[in-house]
Design a protein around this ligand. Structure first.
Ligand code: ADP
Ligand code: MG
Length: 441
């Protein structure tokens, strides 16, 4: 039976790997089939985070693979060592805290999987130090940097390392939004006492994206007291934000000065070599092995944001899976389309405006005006699209150049042009020719 089961499981895994590749992780090989009984396939997992990952992201893919292989509808359950009976599992389920909290960590977000480079060396070292002696070295630890540069990854890595050292550590990791929601709920139900007890009796409190606290005065006030209470009892506090404390709009001065008492460290855009290393790392995590020219091709083109880097890799891989699975330069070029033009940091929005206004024979003031007629809106959208593709400006900044439009408008415009490019040969050619003019120097 053991061998048969292993065989079945192996086939299920291969089927899953072929169909759902971005979700595949190399540690799947370490999963252990325990039993197949009454339509329930039990799989042994070594880490709680693995179980959560499988349960939340791979259920559908694995179940359908299992059905395909066995010819029956099969439910898959995951069991940790020592927790291998149904009764145990139910107890574990009941013990789960509120659902708006992140009660598990992403198994990809470990120190082992984090590529250290000049852009993030300090933040990384600080997180490692904190995970080795919480509450002692850097408290609070404040990590800032723009979106997609690895703040959440580092903070979760610190939490997972802490948990590994001491399973009993009481770690509360949550997004700022969950903190606010939890607080509002406590206010509404009149259980502030419980709320305070919960937050003030942790060993480590981690709040991700604290910039979202700013509009909410009462929550800020509550957070301030939580902070003080934990700080005084030398509990570790780790916070992330998209900018340094003093630049977060409407963050109270007393909180700013509290944050500045500890270590404030920044993550910058990764340099080329780091981007290469990250791509290798992400590829290995998925068990794929793209050729070096493809890796450097992506690393040269996606310069600002690590999440996009990963996205590009996934996209190329997705294309490969549509064909014979082989990743080639040709395919990477195809998959990344306009993205495959190197982002020339020297191209400015005003150059884009010059080229577009000349082509369409419109005035800059028209582009910045509120006018929505197609003759104006279309060139404006083209400008925004080119600015997104060819410069490193954020969507907000791009919107700012066109009459202070907000980022959703810019996003919508870019999508619209994206769409047109896909379906309308003439638009595609126009965009290509404008890009060629802008990038020819
Ligand atoms: P942030 O919280 O700063 O917006 P995330 O932590 O969510 O960013 O990171 C975005 C993605 O980039 C994640 O998949 C993360 O694993 C990856 N990433 C960022 N920096 C690194 C790095 N130095 N090494 C490996 N992966 C990284
Ligand atoms: Mg984050």
């Amino acid at each position: 039976m053991g061998e048969v089961l292993t065989n079945i499981w192996d086939k299920i895994l291969r089927t899953f790997q072929q169909g759902n590749n971005p979700l595949w992780r190399h540690w799947f090989e370490q999963l252990e089939p325990l039993s197949l009984d009454g339509g329930i396939l039990r799989i042994g997992v070594a880490e709680e985070s693995w179980r959560q990952y499988l349960h939340q992201r791979c259920s559908e893919g694995l179940t359908s693979a299992a059905q395909k292989i066995t010819g029956h509808f099969v439910t898959i359950e995951y069991a940790m060592p020592g927790e291998r009976t149904e009764a145990d599992k139910q107890i574990a389920e009941q013990a789960k805290p509120h659902d708006n909290e992140i009660t598990y960590f992403n198994p990809d977000y470990t120190f082992d999987n984090f590529v250290v480079g000049p852009s993030n060396r300090l933040a990384h070292a600080a997180c490692v130090a904190v995970s080795e002696s919480p509450g002692e070295t850097y408290n609070p630890l404040f990590i800032h940097g723009s979106v997609g540069l690895g703040k959440t990854h580092l903070m979760q890595a610190a939490c997972q390392a802490l948990k590994k050292r001491n399973h009993d550590y009481n770690i509360l990791y949550l997004t700022c939004e969950s903190f606010v929601n939890d607080f509002v709920r406590a206010l509404r139900h009149g259980d502030l006492y419980d709320f305070r007890y919960k937050y003030r009796h942790v060993d480590v409190l981690v709040i991700d994206d604290i910039q979202f606290l700013t509009e909410k005065e009462q929550s800020q006030e509550e957070f301030f007291h939580t902070f003080n209470s934990l700080y005084q009892s030398r509990k570790q506090i780790i916070i992330s934000a998209d900018s340094p404390p003093s630049e977060i709009p409407r963050l109270e001065d007393r909180l700013v000065s509290r944050f500045n008492q500890g270590l404030v460290t920044r993550i910058d855009n990764p340099a080329y070599e780091t981007r290469m290393a990250i791509l290798y790392n992400k590829a290995a995590l998925r068990g794929i092995n793209p050729p070096e020219d493809v890796i450097s091709f992506i690393a040269e083109r996606i310069v600002s944001n690590t999440r996009e880097l990963e996205g590009a890799l996934t996209k190329v891989y997705g294309y490969a899976m549509l064909g014979n699975g082989e990743i080639t330069m040709e395919l990477a070029r195809q998959a990344l389309g306009v993205e495959s033009i190197p982002r020339h940091s020297q191209i400015t929005i005003s150059q884009i405006i010059d080229v577009v206004t000349e082509h369409f024979n419109v005035k800059l003031s028209d582009l910045q005006s509120k006018r929505r007629s197609r003759s104006i809106a279309y060139p404006r959208q083209i400008c925004m699209y080119l600015a997104r593709e060819l410069t490193r400006h954020s969507l907000e900044e791009i919107g700012g150049h066109f009459g202070g439009r907000d980022h959703t408008t810019v996003m919508h415009s870019c999508r619209n042009i994206d769409n047109l490019c896909d379906h309308d040969q003439a638009v595609r050619e126009l965009v290509d020719s404008l890009v060629a003019r802008l990038t020819k120097n």
